[in-house]
Ligand binder design. Structure first.
Ligand code: GLC
Length: 642
C-alpha cells in the first residue's frame, strides 16, 4: 500500500485530547462561578487544579458506550429538546419491584412513547422514615431493597438501548444524619462539621428563624435541630430545613462542591443521563432572608453543569425548585447564567394554574400569569411540564397576581383551592386532602392523585356516567396541556391509567405522618393490562394518553426550542398557546369548563376561513360559522390544513 499523503490521518484522537477540548470549551463558564463562590476560601490555582484533576479522573473511568453517547450529544446538543421526548416518573419498587425487574416493563414505556424515565430516590437511604428516600446515607450504593449498583447499571443500559434516558434523584441540599460525613461531624471532627451548618448555641439559629419559612410545619417544625449529645457542653444546633434527620450541607465549603460533583459523575458513569437536583432553592443561606433562591445557588448550579459538560457531556441537569414565578425563571438561565445552568426545571406554576383554572372554570388568572411572568423560550433549556408528582401541590398564587383579578385575593384564592381539592367546597368533584396546615399563615397545601383530584374517584363510586366522562376528559386535557405547552412532559406513574388515592399509608406508622404517600400508589398491572383494550375509564385514559404522546412526537412545532406564546383569547373559559414552528404554526386550545365553548378564530390571530386540522383528532375542528367549537374539557391542536 502506498503511504498515506497525510501520515497522521489515520490516528484517532486520544482520550486526553478529547478531555482537553472539552475542558477548553467549559473552563471559563466553570471557573468564573467557582471563583465567586470560593475565591475567599481556596486559592484560585489550587481550586482549578482540584476541579480539573477530579474531572480528568472521572473521565478516565467513563465506560466506552457512554463516551460514545457523549460524542453523539456533543454533535446534537439539543437532543433533549425534541418533540419526541416524553418523560415518565416512577418509584422502582412500586413500578417493577427491583432494578432487575425494570427491563421487563420497557414495552409499557415504549408503548407510551417514553424516552426518559425518572427513578424516584434509589440511593441507599437511612432506615425508614427517610422522606421517601430523600435522606441518603450512602451515595455510592443503591437502596438494597431495589438491588445493587450492578443492577442499576444493567437497567440503565437496557433503557438506553430502548432509547430511554434514565434520570436519577441527586439529593444535594442535605444528607441523612447517618451519612458518614454527618457521623464524623457528630463525633466532633471539625473537617466534617464544616460540611454542615452546626452551631454551638441557638443564638444564630434564632436570628435565622426570624426570616425563614416552615417547610413541614406539622411533622418537622422549625429549621434547626438541637442535639444535646453532640460536642459536649450544650450540644450542637444543626440546620435541618426538612426533617430532623436531613442535615443541610454547607455549600460555602468548596469540599462539599467537590464531593458532590464527584458523586454526580460517578452516577453518570453508572448510566444516569439526567440528574434531578433536589431542593436546590435551599442550598445557600443568607441571614435576614428566607434562604431560598440566593444568587449563589445559580453559581453552584452553573459550576455543576459545566463540570459535568467536561467529564460526562451526555448528561443534563434538571433543577427542582418549587418556587414563585420570579424566582423560578432563573433556574433555566437568565443574565450571565443564560444557557449555562440547568437544562430542565419543573414548571410548577403551569401545574398550579391548571388546577386553579379547573376549579374556577376560569382561565383568566392562568393566561395572565403565564403570559406575564415567563419568557417564550430559553437558550439550551426548557421546562419539565407536569400535572402531578409525588409531592403535594403548594398553591403558589401570589397576592400581586390575585389582586389583578378582583375580587380575588391571594389568601382567599389559596384557601378556596385547598377547600376545593380536599372536596369540602360545595360542588367540588375532587377527593384530596390538606397538607401542612400552618395556623400562623393559614397556608394549606394539597395531596391526591391526578385521577382523584380530577374527580374520577368520586365519579366511579357514584357510578355517574356523566361525571366519569368529565373526569376522564379533565385528565386527558391535562396530558394534552403538558404535551403541547412547551417543555418535556412528565407522566407520573399510574396517571396513564387513572390510579386513585392510596389511603393505606395511614395504617403504616412510618408513613402515617406524611400525607404525600396518598399520591404514591403501586402500579396496578392487572388494571394496566385490562386498560389496553377495555371500554372503561382506565382504557380511555391509557389509549388517549398514548395517542396524545404519539401525535406530539409527529409535531415538530411542539419541540422545546419553539417559542411558547400564551394568547389572551379574551374568553374566560379557554387557555391557548401558540407554537410558531419553522414550517408551520400550531395553536393549542383548551376548554377548562364542563360545557361546550366557542371562540372566533381571529381571537387566536387566525384569519377567518383558514382551513385547519386538529392534530389530535386528525380532522377539521368543529366550527359554527367562524367560531371554533370546543367540547367540555376539549383540547385542540390546530395547524393550517395542507
Ligand atoms: C424535594 C422532594 C421532596 C422532598 C424534599 C426534601 O422537594 O421532591 O419529596 O421532601 O425535596 O428532600
Amino acid at each position: 500500500m502506498p503511504p498515506s499523503p497525510h501520515p497522521t490521518a489515520t490516528a484517532s484522537l486520544t482520550d486526553d485530547e478529547i478531555f482537553e477540548l472539552r475542558w477548553h470549551r467549559a473552563e471559563a463558564d466553570l471557573m468564573a462561578p467557582l471563583a465567586r463562590l470560593y475565591g475567599q476560601r481556596m486559592e484560585a490555582g489550587v481550586l482549578r487544579d482540584r476541579v480539573r484533576t477530579l474531572l480528568a479522573e472521572k473521565w478516565a473511568e467513563r465506560p466506552r458506550d457512554l463516551r460514545r453517547l457523549d460524542l453523539a450529544r456533543d454533535l446534537n446538543p439539543g437532543w433533549f429538546l425534541g418533540q419526541e421526548m416524553v418523560g415518565y416518573v416512577f418509584y422502582v419498587d412500586k413500578f417493577a419491584g427491583t432494578f432487575a425487574d425494570v427491563p421487563q416493563h420497557i414495552p409499557w414505556l415504549t408503548d407510551l412513547g417514553v424516552t426518559y424515565v425518572h427513578f424516584m430516590p434509589c440511593l441507599m437511604p437511612r432506615p425508614r422514615p427517610s422522606d421517601g428516600g430523600y435522606a441518603v446515607m450512602d451515595y455510592g450504593r443503591i437502596n438494597p431493597d431495589l438491588g445493587t449498583m450492578d443492577d442499576f447499571r444493567a437497567a440503565c443500559a437496557a433503557l438506553r438501548k430502548a432509547g430511554i434516558s434514565p434520570c436519577i434523584d441527586m439529593v444535594l441540599n442535605h444528607t441523612a444524619k447517618e451519612h458518614a460525613w454527618a457521623q464524623k461531624a457528630a463525633e466532633g471532627d471539625p473537617v466534617y462539621q464544616d460540611y454542615y451548618w452546626m452551631f454551638d448555641s441557638d443564638a444564630l439559629p434564632r436570628q435565622y428563624e426570624e426570616t425563614l419559612l416552615e417547610i413541614f410545619p406539622n411533622q418537622a417544625p422549625g429549621n434547626f435541630t438541637h442535639y444535646p449529645q453532640i460536642g459536649g457542653n450544650g450540644g450542637k444546633w444543626v440546620w435541618t430545613t426538612f426533617n430532623e434527620y436531613q442535615w443541610d450541607l454547607n455549600w460555602e465549603n468548596p469540599e462539599v462542591f467537590l464531593a458532590i460533583l464527584g458523586i454526580i459523575l460517578d452516577l453518570a458513569n453508572n448510566g444516569a443521563e439526567v440528574m434531578r437536583l433536589d431542593a436546590v432553592a435551599f442550598m445557600w443561606k443568607r441571614m435576614g432572608t428566607v434562604c431560598q433562591n440566593e444568587p449563589e445557588v445559580h453559581d453552584i448550579l452553573q459550576a455543576l453543569v459545566q463540570g459535568t459538560r467536561v467529564a460526562a457531556p451526555a448528561v443534563i441537569h434538571k433543577a427542582e425548585a418549587i418556587v414563585g414565578p420570579h424566582q423560578l425563571v432563573p433556574y433555566l438561565g437568565t443574565g450571565r447564567h443564560t444557557g449555562r445552568v440547568s437544562n430542565l426545571a419543573y414548571h410548577n406554576n403551569l401545574m398550579v394554574q391548571f388546577w386553579a383554572s379547573l376549579a374556577a372554570h376560569d382561565t383568566r388568572l392562568m393566561t395572565d400569569v403565564l403570559a406575564r411572568h415567563f419568557p417564550e423560550r430559553f437558550r439550551n433549556a426548557q421546562w419539565a411540564t407536569y400535572i402531578r408528582c409525588h409531592d403535594d401541590i403548594g398553591w403558589a398564587i401570589t397576592e400581586e397576581d390575585a389582586e389583578r383579578h378582583p375580587p380575588m385575593s391571594g389568601p382567599g384564592h389559596r384557601s378556596y383551592l385547598a377547600d376545593f381539592y380536599n372536596g369540602s367546597f360545595p360542588g367540588s368533584w375532587a377527593r384530596g386532602a390538606d397538607f401542612q396546615y400552618n395556623p400562623e399563615t393559614g397556608d394549606r397545601r394539597t395531596n391526591g392523585t391526578f385521577a382523584s383530584l380530577a374527580g374520577l374517584e368520586r365519579a366511579l363510586e357514584s357510578g355517574d356516567v356523566r361525571q366519569i366522562d368529565l373526569a376522564v376528559n379533565r385528565i386527558l386535557m391535562g396530558h394534552a396541556l403538558i404535551a403541547a405547552y412547551g417543555g418535556l412532559p412528565l407522566l407520573y406513574m399510574g396517571d396513564e391509567i387513572g390510579l386513585t388515592n392510596d389511603d393505606a399509608y395511614r395504617d403504616d406508622p412510618l408513613r402515617a405522618d406524611d400525607g404525600r404517600w396518598m399520591q404514591r400508589p403501586a402500579m396496578d398491572w392487572a388494571h394496566a393490562a385490562e386498560a389496553e383494550t377495555a371500554d372503561s375509564p382506565h382504557g380511555w385514559i391509557l389509549r388517549g394518553t398514548r395517542h396524545l404522546m404519539a401525535v406530539r412526537k409527529a409535531t415538530p412545532e411542539l419541540a422545546g426550542h419553539v417559542p411558547s406564546q400564551v394568547i389572551d383569547t379574551r374568553h374566560p373559559a379557554l387557555f391557548a398557546v401558540r407554537r410558531p414552528g419553522d414550517a408551520a404554526t400550531v395553536w393549542a386550545v383548551f376548554n377548562f369548563t364542563d360545557v361546550a365553548q366557542h371562540l372566533p378564530l381571529d381571537r387566536l390571530g387566525i384569519a377567518p376561513g383558514t382551513p385547519l386540522t386538529d392534530l389530535i383528532s386528525g380532522h377539521a375542528p368543529a366550527m359554527e360559522g367562524d367560531r371554533l367549537r370546543l367540547s367540555p374539557y376539549g383540547r385542540l391542536w390546530l395547524r393550517p390544513a395542507g
